[in-house]
Design a protein around this ligand. Structure first.
Ligand code: SAM
Length: 266
């Protein structure tokens, strides 16, 4: 995906459908913004930064942002994107395994979106989560978006357009891994689950399959804006329906907070 779309930050990491990309990207960023009040003095680590979709978004809002990724090609694309955007406070590094090359508690926030599922080995995942939690300061945050499984973990040998293997794990597994590292769960929410946007896409795609003109093409961008604007009202309902298996909603947002040093946990 990166080789084909490295000049396009959303297509390289989300999908080839630009409207879906605008909606999903907007929905995810809204969740992070609502869960963590970003401060101008913050240092942020974006774990699994891809082509810089998040680092470029964090950079103007915080003091410093560091992106790390297993893939040197993704890192190169992110560096190039940051250079082209004239961003001075973002750096991108290829990962050289664990431990992470940062001191304890140096970041106010670690963001990891759509990354942990590519770590298919549970021990390696546990080690990665330990490292992510180690580099967050007391009082700092971890934000996470993942595809989750309802019951048993689901192994995907090939995931959509991506060639790598992935595991969709239960939400409780992520929760217990982070809580085992001393973090407290602050938010658990469905992500990209608008009851307006996805029916719109279903109608649009059905029309396309039948070779019919797209009935709502002129409304598309307004539907994205309306879906995003309405999410704070619709998210609770969608979560309730997803928890009762009445709608399928696999994208979950989790936000964890590391207790302050003087927090007795009471
Ligand atoms: C779907 S992309 C998401 C990129 C970015 N987080 C975003 O949301 O735009 C997944 C990224 O995770 C990276 N990745 C996979 N396994 C990783 C690991 N164990 N540690 C760090 N990055 C990893 C891949 O190289 C790829 O850039």
């Amino acid at each position: 995906m990166n080789a084909r779309h490295h000049r396009h930050p959303l297509r390289a990491v989300i999908s080839v459908d630009d409207l879906n990309n605008a909606y999903i990207d907007g929905s995810q960023k809204r969740l992070v913004s609502r869960a963590v009040r970003l401060e101008p003095h913050y240092s942020v680590l974006d774990y699994g930064c891809g082509v810089g979709r998040w680092t470029l978004w964090f950079a103007p809002q915080v003091h410093r942002v560091v992106g790390v990724d297993l893939s040197p090609k993704m890192v190169e694309a992110a560096r190039q994107a940051a250079d082209e955007a004239g961003i001075q406070n973002a750096e991108h590094h290829a990962l050289d395994g664990m431990p992470l090359a940062f001191e304890d508690g140096v970041f106010d926030l670690v963001n990891a979106v759509w990354v942990l599922r590519y770590i298919v080995d549970d021990d390696e995942l546990a080690r990665t989560v330990e490292e992510i939690c180690r580099v967050v300061r007391p009082g700092g945050y971890v934000t996470l978006i993942e595809m989750i499984a309802k019951n048993e973990p689901e192994f995907k040998e090939h995931e959509g357009d991506f060639s790598g293997a992935a595991v969709y794990r239960r939400l409780e597994q992520y929760r217990s891994l982070f809580e085992g590292c001393g973090m407290a769960m602050k938010v658990s929410a469905v992500s990209s689950a608008s009851p307006l946007y996805w029916p719109f896409v279903a109608v649009r795609d059905a029309a396309r399959r039948r070779g019919l003109p797209d009935p709502f093409s002129s409304l598309a961008s307004s539907i994205v804006s309306l879906s995003l604007a309405g999410e704070s009202l619709t998210a609770g309902l969608m979560q309730l329906l997803a928890d009762r298996d009445l709608v399928r909603c696999r994208h979950r947002f989790l936000c964890f907070k590391k207790p302050e040093d003087d927090d007795t946990g009471g």
